[in-house]
Design a protein around this ligand. Structure first.
Ligand code: PEP
Ligand code: MN
Length: 298
């Protein structure tokens, strides 16, 4: 510990012994915990793709987007029923109705679903509808929420706080782990830094993927949508994240033809199903390349 109150990587084994790679009995130093969500496996050989709308707005929109992302090759559905919005006057999500829609769409498409929970009192309810609980950037250090998510036993997608250090992020994951729940997937979603707000919403910290992999055995994925805030940046950011070794992506997608209405949240960063297909083709090509290389070595 250099400056009073400041922590560095050397403190990680003390801060988060349960998830620290350095605290594990010697074994494969590159082993990743595979987090299973229904049919989906995070941390396995192939990167996992979660896609869907920013917010659940109605049944038709959610089903249309879900079918389109499934056809594009996505593994899992995302969609917010409880939305953390800067202004209390903006659309806050459909709440319980949103959860019911997500469950129904998940049943119809066969895609497992992840959705955000913001209130510790709602963890039990959201767990009944979702296959995975998302803890958002704004709530990364909401400790009562992390504890409840840990107790739920549900897989947790833990976003990085928008100004969080790696130690703070992994410390937050340790709160979930301390309740006996090691089914945690970390998600880098961009951090506030110069030039946030100019040509990008946030700055995608690709280096943190490598750092996370060195410090913990938990899988880590990337959210290129919130990291950039700009639709044209989502595909290059996704491909870069995959090249950096991300275990997956979570991407916001909109279908223009759903009533020709702009999404109520984050319209500027929503990509089309066709662009999602390009990103997944990139993953396919990379997996083929890896398989080919392995075959050459054997
Ligand atoms: C989201 O994924 O819907 C979201 C609000 O993201 P973040 O918490 O990363 O801002
Ligand atoms: Mn969003």
């Amino acid at each position: 510990m250099s400056i009073a109150g400041n922590v560095g990587l050397a403190d990680l084994p003390r801060i988060c012994p349960l998830i620290s790679r350095r605290m594990q009995p010697s074994g494969d130093p590159s082993a990743t915990r595979v987090v299973v969500v229904g049919t989906v496996r995070f941390g396995d050989t192939r990167p996992t793709v979660i896609a869907g709308p920013c917010a659940v707005e109605n049944f038709e929109q959610t089903l249309t987007v879900a079918r389109a992302v499934k056809a594009a090759g996505a593994d899992m559905l995302r969609g917010g029923a409880f939305k953390p919005r800067t202004s209390p006057h903006d659309f806050q999500g459909l709440g319980m109705e949103g959860l019911r829609i997500l469950r129904q769409v998940s049943r119809e498409t066969g895609l497992p679903v992840v959705t955000e929970v913001m209130d510790p009192r709602l963890v039990e309810t959201v767990s009944e509808y979702a296959d995975m609980l998302q803890i958002g950037s704004r709530n990364m250090q909401n400790y009562p929420l992390l504890i409840e998510a840990g107790k739920s036993g549900k897989p947790v997608l833990l976003k990085r706080g928008m100004a969080a250090s790696l130690c703070e992020w992994l410390g937050a994951a340790e709160y979930v782990a301390k309740e006996g729940n090691l089914d945690i997937v970390l998600c880098e979603r961009g951090i506030k830094a110069y030039p946030s707000g100019e040509y990008t919403r946030n700055v995608l910290d690709l280096n943190v993927i490598t750092a996370v992999k060195e410090e913990t055995f938990l899988p880590v994925i990337v959210d290129p949508s919130h990291a950039t805030g700009v639709a044209s940046m989502v595909e290059p950011a996704s491909c870069a994240a995959i090249e950096y070794g991300s275990h997956g992506l979570i991407i916001e997608v909109a279908c223009d033809h759903v009533g020709s209405i702009r999404p109520k949240c984050d319209a500027a960063q929503a990509i089309s199903p066709a662009t999602l297909r390009h990103i997944i083709s990139f993953i396919d090509a990379r997996m083929e390349h890896v398989a080919l290389k392995r075959a050459q070595v054997v």
